[in-house]
Design a protein around this ligand. Structure first.
Ligand SMILES: [Ca+2]
Length: 251
């Protein structure tokens, strides 16, 4: 009985070896590689090389990859540095790349506008940080409570390895907290001013990158409450944003 079992195992190995020597894979075992999009580089915020936004990512099923970094602190770092998240990525080609991110729209530079989030800066390849404020980005689509697709702008970059740092040095003015949520960021290749977008696209992605219907400064809390009383259905997703922020302040 034992000899018969050993023989059957050996026969199975011989069969598999013969199949491979023919160059034909057993049916159903052919490798299937995901299609690649050479004009899009997409990075999850939770894949930071280094960050002090939070000790660990937050689970959020409304965000890309179901995880996100959330900076929400009332105190700074006692003069020893700023809040940052560092990434390394590789571009397949040289030229113009359009930089986007999913997260809270940055706070405004202008004191006249309500400030519900912190402004921040981005630094590519350790160059001088560039301020990113509500006045410099286009808020395109609110895809989850407090999360919006935001267009930062074009960058001229060579193919190959790059680094980027998102850095927060300022508090939001509404309550003096450092407040910035970062879900992901991505770069889209452009030629002659047009995006070279093709399938496949990530599951979480702007539905219409040219939509500017919500690209306006957030109203004050009082104006917000008045609008909700006038329009109980809250037909615009952007109307929910400051209220969500207010909830986070009071909890
Ligand atoms: Ca994410």
């Amino acid at each position: 009985m034992r000899n018969a079992f050993v023989l059957s195992i050996a026969a199975a190995f011989i069969f598999l070896a013969a199949a491979r020597s023919d160059g034909a894979s057993p049916k159903g075992l052919e490798p299937v590689f995901p299609a690649e999009n050479g004009n899009l580089v997409f990075i999850e915020a939770e894949d930071a090389v280094s960050t002090n936004f939070a000790r660990e990512p937050v689970l959020n099923f409304g965000t890309s990859g179901f995880r996100t970094l959330q900076l929400n602190r009332g105190t700074g770092l006692e003069g020893v540095g700023s809040f940052y998240a560092d990434y390394v990525f590789r571009l397949p080609g040289s030229g113009t790349w359009e930089l986007w991110y999913g997260g809270t729209p940055p706070g405004p530079r202008d004191d006249l506008y309500p400030s519900y989030t912190s402004p921040f800066s981005v630094s590519l390849d350790s160059q001088k940080p560039q301020p990113v404020t509500r006045e410099t980005v286009a808020a395109v689509e609110n895809y989850s409570p407090t999360y919006t697709w935001n267009l930062i702008g074009d960058r001229s970059l060579d193919a190959g390895r790059h680094t980027i740092r998102f850095e927060v040095t300022e508090k939001r003015r509404i309550d003096g907290r450092y407040f910035f949520y970062l879900d992901c960021f991505f770069l889209v290749k452009k030629e002659d001013g047009k995006r070279l977008l093709a399938q496949p696209l990530p599951a979480a992605f702007p539905r219409n990158m040219d939509d500017r219907s919500i690209d306006a400064p957030f109203p004050t809390i009082d104006d917000m409450l008045i609008r909700i009383r006038i329009i109980p259905a809250r037909s615009s997703p952007s109307l929910t944003y400051p209220v969500c922020i207010r909830f986070s302040v009071t909890t």
